[in-house]
Design a protein around this ligand. Sequence first.
Ligand SMILES: Cc1cc2nc3c(=O)[nH]c(=O)nc-3n(C[C@H](O)[C@H](O)[C@H](O)COP(=O)(O)OP(=O)(O)OC[C@H]3O[C@@H](n4cnc5c(N)ncnc54)[C@H](O)[C@@H]3O)c2cc1C
Length: 382
Amino acid sequence: MSTRVLICGASIAGPILAHCLALHDGFEVTVVERASGLRPGGQAVDLRGPGKELIKRLGLDERIRAACTEVLGMSAVDRDGNELNRHLATDLGGDGPIAEIEILRGDLSELLYEETAGQAEYRFGDHVVELEQRADRVEVRFASGLRETYDLVVGADGLRSGTRAMVFGPHEDYVRDLGALIAYFDVPNHLELDRWMLYHGKRGHAAAIRSIRDNREATALIAVPGVSADYDHRDVAGQKALIRERTAGMGWEVPWLLDRMDEAEVFYFDTCGQAHLPSWSAGRVVLLGDAACCAAPTSGQGTNQAFIGAYILAGELAKAGDDHSAAFSAYERLMRDYVAGNQRMGALTAVPFAEPEEAAEWNDDRTLGTVHGIELPDYAVL
Ligand SMILES: Cc1cc2nc3c(=O)[nH]c(=O)nc-3n(C[C@H](O)[C@H](O)[C@H](O)COP(=O)(O)OP(=O)(O)OC[C@H]3O[C@@H](n4cnc5c(N)ncnc54)[C@H](O)[C@@H]3O)c2cc1C
């Protein structure tokens, strides 16, 4: 009999887990996403080091590389737009601050969805509102009123995971703020950037613009000082007002960006934060990706963690047969050191929301993404 798995969240961690489970026999997978469709937006996410090796094993290398942004590099600029220093995508073997495998987050989510839509059932516009664990199953009630029973439930629903809140307790117990709030939105490529990113940092504040999609479009990022308690995560107008207020006096292109913020089709705002939990599973419920161990966008490792975690979780579940507890323990044991390294990195690299000269120094010294790795276990896959 198949193991019925419910995955909550269809961004990156959810769909890549669906893909990894489909590489083994015996899983019947449903993915539920709270939003009414795949969520677009965000800037680019990266795969570095072991993540690059993993996509080859998962048969996704070619598709992901074909969808990469092909950005050539990034310049830090002062408030008048003068270049202070630059990083190339080829630096540090492609694992540097601008990674060789860099893909727009929305594109990666769509690619993973397309890859797995025939292997898992996707349901959009719904979410779990009640979850009861029994010795041999989990009984779930959805917001739509649907009631179902699963063998296992995976919370792949991000830093502010509703699954985690239901089973482990409130966000405040697990989410650690790093002191910055970040907004991502689309803008025209008015600077005519050619596969390039510009970054302007001023202590506690940062702004960046990069061209995307063959330079036809651009995306912007603005980071300001702040913590989760400063805003309501469902009040977009309030978030924009906060960005305006806290960027006052920032030079460079920031006033122009603020003028474009309201016209943006896609606006995404979140805390630069991390998730720290003593355990990633409780009974038949397990957490994956940002819900379990978000290392903050500044680590550049969120997608690596989601991919590697999904690969290991699926592999251990397949190996353990009915013993999901053994699988969950092994998954956590194999991932913990790697995650701890990424979280240290995420906290350290939150510092470059500082003077660009300082940012350059940090990036050189800490070699983003390359200071630690993880040995990928071998699993027998189909
Ligand atoms: C719109 C968006 C833009 C992003 N932009 C960037 C970026 O530019 N740079 C960066 O480094 N990181 C970005 N991230 C975060 C990045 O995707 C993650 O750090 C990483 O890839 C791990 O992904 P994840 O799937 O664990 O979490 P997330 O990507 O946060 O995805 C969680 C998913 O779960 C869904 N969800 C939430 N609650 C529930 C629920 N109760 N039930 C079901 N589904 C639920 C959310 O709608 C979302 O689709 C972004 C995330 C989102 C959602």
